[in-house]
Design a protein. Structure first.
Length: 171
């Protein structure tokens, strides 16, 4: 029965055995990390955090008690002095509705008659009518003499950047 449980290849046992290799030249430095000092520092840090948290808790309780002792009239006075609306520019509460209202008012101004300034008699007419009037009448233009700034000459475009040529303009 010993033959059955025994490994038929005993040379493999020595190759696959799980042993820790020993090398005298490789080791860690045992003096660099002092576990006692690191533990002492961690405990001190934890105690410090607890002390600071308790001190802040007490300080905020003292602030709360101090604020509770103040008269209510002071708070009402501050609320009365406070502005009701925030300063400009204000955020839009309903941007889609406000944009629609703006576009509707612009459309009404562009498509209707109205006074711009009654004192001077300036009126507003629909934009389509104004475009037709300008197209029929034409825009005012002031003729300028050809080449008036250059004594009748103008610069001709050329491929080079130097030696620009001037050409006489004839009308």
């Amino acid at each position: 029965m010993d033959d059955i449980t025994r490994n038929p290849h005993p040379e493999e046992d020595s190759v696959h055995a799980h042993t820790t290799p020993e090398n005298a030249n490789v080791s860690h430095e045992r003096g660099d990390a002092d576990v006692f000092t690191i533990t002492k520092y961690g405990i001190g840090l934890a105690i410090g955090v607890v002390v600071v948290v308790l001190a802040m808790w007490g300080l905020f309780d003292w602030f709360y008690a101090r604020e509770s002792e103040k008269p209510v009239e002071l708070s009402q006075q501050i609320l009365r002095e406070r502005p009701t609306a925030p300063p400009e520019p204000r955020l839009q509460a309903r941007p889609k509705v406000e944009l629609k209202d703006l576009r509707d008012s612009e459309e009404a101004a562009l498509t209707s008659y109205g006074w711009i300034n009654p004192d001077t008699g300036a009126v507003r007419i629909p934009i389509d009518q104004a475009i037709d009037m300008v197209a029929q009448k034409g825009l005012p233009s002031k003729p300028s003499p050809a080449g008036a700034l250059e004594d009748g000459y103008r610069q001709m475009p050329s491929g080079s950047s130097s030696g620009r040529e001037m050409e006489k303009i004839t009308q």
